[in-house]
Design a protein around this ligand. Sequence first.
Ligand SMILES: Cc1cc2nc3c(=O)[nH]c(=O)nc-3n(C[C@H](O)[C@H](O)[C@H](O)COP(=O)(O)OP(=O)(O)OC[C@H]3O[C@@H](n4cnc5c(N)ncnc54)[C@H](O)[C@@H]3O)c2cc1C
Length: 403
Amino acid sequence: MSKFEVAVIGGGLAGMIAAVALARGGRTVAHVAPPSLKDDRRTTALMDQSIRFLDRLTLWEKLRPAAAPLTSMRIVDGTNRLLRAPTTTFRSAEVGLDAFGYNFPNKALMDVLEAAVAAEGNITRFTDMAETIGISKDSVTVTLTGGGEVAADFAIGADGRKSKLRETAGIDVRTWSYPQSAMVLNFTHTLPHQNISTEFHTEHGPFTQVPLPGNRSSLVWVQNPSDATARAELSLAELSNVVEERMQSILGKVEVEEGVQIWPLSGMMAHRFGKGRFALIGEAAHVFPPIGAQGLNLSLRDIMALTDLLCVHAELPIPADAGSSFDRKRRADIMTRTASVDLLNRSLLSDFLPVQVLRAAGLHVLSAIPPLRNIVMREGIEPGRGFRDIPDAIKERLKRKKA
Ligand SMILES: Cc1cc2nc3c(=O)[nH]c(=O)nc-3n(C[C@H](O)[C@H](O)[C@H](O)COP(=O)(O)OP(=O)(O)OC[C@H]3O[C@@H](n4cnc5c(N)ncnc54)[C@H](O)[C@@H]3O)c2cc1C
């Protein structure tokens, strides 16, 4: 049986990045995952903190050609409700950044990550599924579907929402559903997007255009599942007209590309994120709707925490309680992000007038008070960053008031 320091189970974006990060941090890694599927048409917006992490892993330069910067984010109230919020624009220059983050096609991310895993001397790749997993106080053993066994000091479950590691460890989950699906598509347009992402809030969820390189954008359109199915059956020309009309033609003429996909939305949170000799990351630990580009950014913070715990002293054996330390370290961030995305989504769905008043008032306050907007923008990019800077933001406002 081969023996490693870490076994990473799962080869989605979270598993690939975890394997590379742990290996570059000095640990020997067994990466147990079937070859990735090549039909993911989604794009992923990664924020500044995640980009800096990818840069530290020397992946950023390879990813950059496929990515478009996000320099402004605009929220437009596209509802027909009585109380409508003002259009609010957040600009990265206001928080001293060239861009809030970058938007990548998932396929480009996967291609670069697969090459990085293959080239990494500290990673041994097993292209089977993990069939059974044994966790003891001294080690973890993984049997593979193709036969064979792998032993490790620590296991990372990046094996998605139906995680075998989570199930084996007996970790319960809380799940919930939303009456929504996300229609995902890419389109070309005749007017330049100027690196602005525009989110139209509708009664059924957000309709979010995110820039891609050139006169091209991706769209995540959260809507009622039956509407999504009906719209997916339209011809590309008909769907292009619908998308252009929804966007009030701000990007000119729209042409939707082949490969429209529908992703049903749901939520899930594990009761624990790690214990003893294992940790759960990515969608094995937390799932929520694609609103505000939070999912993989949160997973990258899981990986950053693991790198801190397992690689700062890579010359020492992995402590037997590293998984419990991980659980404590990640709890607040995961719970806060899950709750805020859920709240934002439900505030859009709710017809309850006081909720609409609060949502509209919140956006009014954000457009009118720059220091507050500043805090919200910084928190969106990296947790703790906005609140760390409160004194400066308040100082700045007082200075301007005096002048
Ligand atoms: C429409 C949509 C848009 C999104 N947009 C954004 C965005 O803009 N920004 C952002 O940050 N996030 C975004 N997200 C979230 C992001 O895409 C996910 O967080 C991310 O893809 C999840 O990756 P994962 O690796 O955790 O899980 P998965 O992609 O589900 O990967 C799990 C992997 O584990 C493997 N596996 C399962 N069981 C086993 C086993 N027994 N043994 C070995 N391998 C196993 C599977 O084959 C799979 O490859 C979006 C999500 C959706 C649905």
